[in-house]
Design a protein around this ligand. Sequence first.
Ligand code: GLA
Length: 404
Amino acid sequence: MDRMDKRIRRAEEEGCRNHKMESLLLRQFRERFGGKPEAKACAPGRVNLIGEHTDYNDGYVLPIAISRRICAAASKSGTETVTLRSGNLKGEVAFDVGAIKPSGDWGDYPKGIVAKLRERRFPVRGFNACFLSNVPIGAGVSSSAAMEVVVCHLLEKLFGFSIPPEDEAVLCQQAEHEFAGTRCGIMDQFVSILGRADSALFLDCRTLRYEHVPFSLGDCVLVACDSRVERGLATSEYNRRRAECEQGVKILSERFPAVKALRDATVAEVEECSHEMPEEIFRRCRHVVTENARVLETVEAMRENRRERIGELMNLSHDSLRDDYCVSCAQLDLLVDTARSIDGVLGSRLTGAGFGGSTISLVHRSAIDEFQNGITEAYLKAFDTAPRFFECIASDGAERANKT
Ligand code: GLA
């Protein structure tokens, strides 16, 4: 490991100390491209408190932007060529803005954004950029959305145009559909742009209306625990779930024409149609409908500062994701079960798409050591791997962060 690598590793470990990341980034830029960058931007990862697999069903979500972020710096290249270097990922990416094709590596996220912007006739030409990130990759905290958002902001600044945040989120989502092949919902990109410090983002994914709900945990902490499971089948399984929901809507809407998306259905309606749909589809629908209700209840519990109830709703969400939506796995279940067995843990669930990635737990500050030790021991014993922990602090999204 050379000295730069060591410094990057340290910056990653230090997590949210962004000023340090920025000076490392500038140095990296100078060493690779020379001089000072003309534009800089950053965008955070996210964890979702509750509302999983509801976004692409026109439902509700309640994520927070976290303090881990991707920072980027760029200058125009004066040609049509884009050259990208990451301080965290191997290999440089180079391509021509006039001939963009996915290549199956990290460059697909920036490529997708450049392609989408140019499709909409924004004046994007060649540029040189460096990236530095402390968002853990593959941990289910949306490093991909952070990458899309940071590139979009960077190019807006570099080439002098501006896109309304809601449209930006949609553009980033489309880039992910077309260049990464995941038919994701809007949640990750939206919160990476519009998240706010000390707040959770309550988003209606049908209307894109949102509200920042004060997020104060008092003597509790929200801790993410990365299972470090490789998410090999995540994309195909994710897309399959989405198709299953669409199948459910088709069946439901024959009897209840007002049901245009699972957002519109009630549990009673889903149950009434249970004999007309395969068991599997019934369960997928039941998860989405009950999860939407849990989001609404969590928002109420947050407003009333009822943290025990928030913990219970988190538990119910995980159970539904495990049993009805079938997106958990042995590793995530062990993390959740062990967390719940520890005194001082109010609730625990998988966060994000599932199939690996991270759990989040609401933990009393006084129980943190016991929590980390207990989970590490159980996880090492079962899977011979140590999980990684990090505290989730509700932070500003790119929209605010890039203005200050
Ligand atoms: C991924 C997707 C989101 C959302 C979650 C599950 O993170 O990118 O759009 O569907 O999974 O809630």
